[in-house]
Design a protein around this ligand. Structure first.
Ligand code: HAM
Length: 425
């Protein structure tokens, strides 16, 4: 029997020429940039388990959302607990934060790079296991904090060279605003129920706000005249929302207000956003997030405001390749050590380990190949130098180190290799 990866999941190999975005050196590059930026923005890394109690996600993301009602990988463990592979990162971070009693040392800012699991219809940009870089800021209710979160996401895209992005921005107001708006929407859609798509007719009963998100043609027509949430915002919410926009403009972040942006998770209040690119096909959302001021309390904690975002690494990498941004080269060895003969082999083996522990990337092939083949291989691997060690070199301890791009040879004593390489690297 031949085993294959399951639908909607994929392997990340050192290099994948057919699907370059699945090459691990590119993932490392993106992750490294995300880590550096997080540090600069004062977000600290948090790692939570891959699975949690199902109830955590049902309570936070919302029973009526697609994620909870259709997409979770839920199973019972041997202790008869209902567990779920995390479909998103926010709820687990809150669980860990409350469990460790960190609510007493606010504010706190966390980031994570983790895999998420959703049983979705797999297609380009949409997978059953995807990877998110996410950030969560607990304890500050300020438009500056919302803008900082959006800025962190945009800074990552910018650092990676992504272009043509737009932040789609909305404000969902607080609970009372949403309740009034909810009623207004139900009245509006109930009157034109028959013209809605089947899916939206169902949503009208369980989660009418989500109709605003529909991409179906019959709904798009109905949505044109739908009431806008912005008309229901109280003065405080409006002032807050205007200030978020003020900061974004000052940061030169391109955004547009989209009153129909509602997001697929139920925990948001106030500011919500998605970062959109036209270069991803149907899955145009590169990242998204927003404020969730009541979620920590809902999960058993005190009343602590919070805001965060998550961005899919698959979508970032695919957009980088579509947009032809300049990419890093795969890492290559600094030196290829080429032994000629058994004695030289032992010497090279020890030398390789000494140099590696000193921080140099060293290639040595254990197949004892001919000089020609070994040189060819060093070239193919793009090693910067080749060092051939034969009987004569063992005796004199004098070696030639060859620069493979220029062909130039430098004679050095074996004892001086480390200073030479330190200078060269
Ligand atoms: P989300 O919008 O569901 O939000 O996911 C965030 C990002 O993850 C999306 O914009 C997309 O790039 C990526 N993504 C989601 N599902 C998939 C998938 N099936 N395949 C590939 N990529 C995907 C959240 O998960 C929230 N927890 C974000 C957040 C953090 N809000 C506040 N804090």
């Amino acid at each position: 029997m031949k085993f294959q990866a399951l639908p909607g999941v994929f392997d990340i190999l050192p290099e994948d020429p057919k699907n370059p975005w699945k090459s691990s050196f590119l993932w490392q590059y993106v992750e490294e940039k995300a880590r550096i930026l997080s540090k600069n923005f004062e977000f600290e890394e948090i790692r939570t388990p891959l699975f949690e109690r199902t109830e955590l996600f049902a309570r936070s993301v919302g029973e009526e959302t697609d994620i909870v009602s259709k997409e979770m990988y839920t199973f019972e463990d041997r202790g008869q607990r209902s567990l779920t592979l995390r479909p998103e990162g926010t709820a687990p971070v809150i669980r860990a934060f409350l469990e460790k009693g960190l609510q007493h040392s606010l504010p706190k800012k966390y980031y994570y790079i983790s895999s998420m699991f959703r049983y979705e219809r797999a297609q380009k940009g949409r997978y059953r296991q995807h990877h998110q870089f996410g950030a969560e800021a607990f304890g500050i209710k300020s438009p500056a904090q919302d803008a900082e979160i959006i800025h962190l996401a945009c800074s990552l895209y910018q650092t990676l060279g992504l272009k043509n992005l737009n932040v789609s921005l909305n404000c969902l107001g607080d609970t009372s605003v949403r309740e009034t708006y909810h009623k207004e929407l139900v009245t509006y859609f109930s009157d034109i129920q028959d013209s809605l798509s089947q899916e939206s007719q169902t949503r009208l009963k369980v989660n009418p706000l989500r109709i605003l998100d529909s991409k179906q043609q019959e709904d798009i027509n109905a949505l044109k005249k739908a009431p806008s949430i912005l008309d229901f915002l109280d003065k405080d919410s409006l002032d807050y929302f205007n200030e978020v926009q003020y900061y974004l403009s000052n940061l030169d972040i391109a955004y547009s207000v989209n009153p129909k942006l509602v997001r697929g998770l139920d925990y948001y209040t106030g500011t919500v956003f998605e970062i959109i690119t036209e270069d991803l096909g149907a899955q145009s959302s590169l990242g998204g997030g927003g404020r969730y001021d009541h979620l920590i309390q809902k999960l058993g904690g005190p009343d602590i405001p919070a805001v965060g975002f998550g961005t899919g690494l698959e979508r970032i990498l695919q957009t980088m390749l579509t947009q032809n941004v300049s990419l890093p080269e795969p890492s290559t060895p600094l030196v290829a050590l080429i032994p000629l003969g058994d004695q030289a082999f032992s010497k090279c083996f020890i030398l390789a380990s000494q140099l590696r522990t000193q921080g140099f990337a060293i290639h040595m092939d254990f197949r004892k190949r001919s000089l020609n083949k070994a040189m060819q291989q060093a070239d193919q691997m793009n090693a910067r130098y080749a060092l051939v060690l034969g009987e004569r070199e063992l005796e004199t301890k004098q070696v030639d180190i060859k620069d493979l791009s220029t062909g130039q040879k430098t004679a050095i004593h074996l004892d001086n290799i480390i200073p030479f390489l330190t200078k060269a690297s």
